[in-house]
Design a binder for this molecule. Structure first.
Ligand SMILES: [Zn+2]
Length: 221
């Protein structure tokens, strides 16, 4: 790792130059009769020069490796998807959205650590909780819950079709050993993003709009 080297930043979501804040090096050797193997680890605490996010970069090297450059590992790992900014808005400790928040909060690390089956099950569960939180009966199947959301105007018929797809992948992961791909998960979360915005976020946004002058055509004469 060189000073100001460009490496991936999870927050900026692209490669940025990084400052090395601290470095700790370990080296080891083993062998005898003129044959010795050396290896070691370098740990760098690094900071993105753009957003000032701090992360840890580990380099592993070995005298027996063919490659000149050491192997690199970063912590936290490079993220497939970052948590959306709206997620914390659902974190109302005693509110109705708490259970949806808790489930989605676990979905992102599952996705970013390659746990695609768990992530898809979590998305399905979050959707289920969302429908119940909005008034659907917890005792009925997911299809009935979606019908409730459609009939109450919460979602459109097109969005219902999208959600059925999301449900299908989660169901297949739970019951039929289906292994969803990373791309599946990214698509599922894009659909969830839209629904959460409709159900929770846009309503709050509306409250913050500035008042407009009344339309004279709608005023009584
Ligand atoms: Zn950054």
């Amino acid at each position: 790792m060189k000073e100001n080297e460009r490496i991936y930043c999870n927050k900026c979501q692209h490669e940025t130059s990084h400052t090395i804040l601290n470095t700790k090096r370990f080296s080891h050797s083993s062998g005898q009769d003129g044959y010795e193997v050396d290896w070691g680890e370098n740990f760098h605490t690094v900071m993105c020069n753009g957003c000032e996010t701090v992360s840890l970069l580990e380099e592993r090297w070995c005298s027996e490796d063919y490659a000149d450059e050491p192997q690199r590992y970063r912590y936290p790992k490079e993220e497939v998807l970052m948590e959306p900014e709206w997620l914390e808005l659902l974190n109302d400790p005693h509110g109705k959205t708490r259970s949806v928040y808790v489930m989605l909060k676990e979905v992102y690390p599952a996705l970013n650590n390659g746990l695609f089956q768990l992530a898809s099950m979590g998305i399905r569960a979050a959707l289920d909780r969302m429908m119940v939180e909005q008034g659907a009966s917890a005792a009925v199947g997911f299809g009935t819950k979606l019908n409730f959301a459609l009939e109450t105007g919460l979602i459109s018929s097109r969005q219902k079709d999208f959600l059925l797809k999301v449900l299908e992948i989660g169901d297949a992961a739970i019951h039929r050993d289906h292994e969803p791909t990373q791309a599946d998960l990214v698509s599922m979360l894009a659909i969830i993003d839209t629904i959460v915005r409709i159900v929770y976020i846009h309503e709050e946004d509306l409250k913050n709009l500035s008042p407009v002058p009344p339309d004279p055509r709608k005023q009584k004469v």
